[in-house]
Design a protein around this ligand. Structure first.
Ligand SMILES: CC(C)(COP(=O)(O)OP(=O)(O)OC[C@H]1O[C@@H](n2cnc3c(N)ncnc32)[C@H](O)[C@@H]1OP(=O)(O)O)[C@@H](O)C(=O)NCCC(=O)NCCS
Length: 179
């Protein structure tokens, strides 16, 4: 069970907690809007329905599949999903994606969400966290690098964003007691 409360960089409090099925409509709304921005995540305005998201939240195995939300002033403003490898061969790893609404970015809430996910992973003995990010996403890469992630691979010209071909960057961090 993840739950933490702390101030953002502007001094306003926010909370990171496990998502519950009732959060599904807002999670879908956020991921749909961020998808429609066109330059941050792969979806293009259809993520999944609120009903499907609620089913995922209800049926997921909480030791394999983490879904967090960040809440500020009683409104969900961001979400993170992390999935652990399910085989003996890769259960020491996990992959994640995350997104915040545009009005709250750059205030440190992304770091709060990701550090909460690191704790969930560390508590389960997960050693390596992986992600994929568009090379043009400077803010995300800055956050990941600050938290110790390093580039470990790159697929050239993997995405077409606003008319330009952009590399997909694969990054990873090995968890330590402090990351
Ligand atoms: C990526 C994201 C989750 C990061 O969360 P966040 O709360 O904005 O992150 P933080 O405030 O903790 O850190 C962002 C860093 O990028 C910097 N930054 C912000 N905009 C930037 C830009 N356009 N170019 C470069 N750096 C930028 C911030 O100053 C901060 O760096 P600093 O701590 O050294 O000052 C959030 O910005 C987001 O939801 N973006 C849209 C969706 C997305 O990109 N998801 C990730 C896909 S891989």
């Amino acid at each position: 069970m993840i739950c933490l409360e702390q101030p953002d960089r502007s001094g306003n409090g926010y909370r990171v907690r496990d998502a519950v099925p009732e959060d599904a409509p807002r999670i879908v709304e956020i991921l749909t809007h961020v998808g429609l921005e066109g330059i941050y995540i792969a979806n293009e305005g259809f993520y999944m329905s609120a009903e499907q998201q609620a089913q995922v939240l209800t049926r997921r195995n909480p030791d394999i599949h983490l879904i967090l939300v960040a809440e500020q002033a009683s409104q969900i403003v961001g979400t993170l999903e992390m999935v652990r490898g399910v085989f003996q061969k890769n259960r020491h790893t996990a992959n994640f994606g995350m997104a915040l609404t545009s009005d709250v970015r750059g205030r440190g809430m992304g770091e709060g969400l990701l550090l909460a996910a690191h704790k969930w992973a560390r508590d389960r003995g997960i050693q390596k966290i992986c992600l994929s990010v568009f090379a043009s996403n400077r803010a995300a890469i800055r956050l990941y690098t600050r938290l110790g992630y390093e580039e470990e691979g790159r697929r050239k010209h993997q995405f077409l964003l606003e008319g330009s071909l952009v590399d997909e960057v694969l990054m990873a961090v090995y968890l330590t007691p402090t990351t």
